[in-house]
Ligand binder design. Structure first.
Ligand code: ADP
Length: 163
């Protein structure tokens, strides 16, 4: 069974990566796909987000990286995915995620949305929190993969840590 994990990943966090690692053990194939949302102005261009995800998932078998615009259900069909994977952190995620899951179900009844609970250590992590901390020079090394931490330092003109 193949799954699609869609998101903005602006940027990829260790919370996302934890979900990808766990899901890669559940499915024969997992496509992590960046949604190009015309309503959002991303901090990182699409190509850079794809590179960040590819680098962080290179060690995982069966994980592919892609991007799409338009409807997630259409892209899922194109990828041969029968499951859309999403993550749940707090109750605040639930209402929004449930609405999207029901909408997608109404558009394609053959497609299931599956939620994985966030890893305990990653429940506070979001791409926006990471950007906020990095913007003011805080240490994000426990929040994002090393390559993303470097990209964040470059984005906000912060020097690399010693060593
Ligand atoms: P979107 O704009 O589609 O919400 P995100 O990149 O913010 O894109 O999130 C993609 C998915 O990953 C969502 O289902 C979100 O709930 C989930 N997610 C985000 N951060 C975490 C985390 N720390 N732990 C588990 N799941 C997460």
């Amino acid at each position: 069974m193949r799954a699609l994990y869609p998101g903005s990943f602006d940027p990829l966090t260790l919370g996302h990566l934890d979900l990808i690692e766990r899901a890669s053990r559940l499915f024969d194939g997992l496509r992590v796909a960046v949604l190009q949302n015309p309503l959002k102005q991303p901090a990182f261009p699409l190509e850079q987000r794809l590179e960040q995800i590819s680098a962080a998932t290179a060690h995982l078998k069966g994980v592919e990286v892609g991007s799409f615009d338009g409807l997630t259900v259409d892209y899922a069909r194109t990828c041969g995915a029968s499951v859309i994977l999403r993550g749940l952190r707090a109750l605040s995620d639930f209402e929004f995620e449930l609405q999207i899951a029901h909408t997608n179900k109404s558009l394609d009844p053959d497609l299931e949305t599956l939620f994985l609970a966030t890893g305990v250590n990653h429940s506070f992590l979001s791409s926006s929190v990471v950007k906020e901390v990095a913007r003011f020079g805080g240490d994000v090394s426990h929040m994002v993969p090393e390559g993303v931490a470097q990209d964040l330092r470059r984005l906000f003109n912060r020097p690399s840590p010693p060593g």
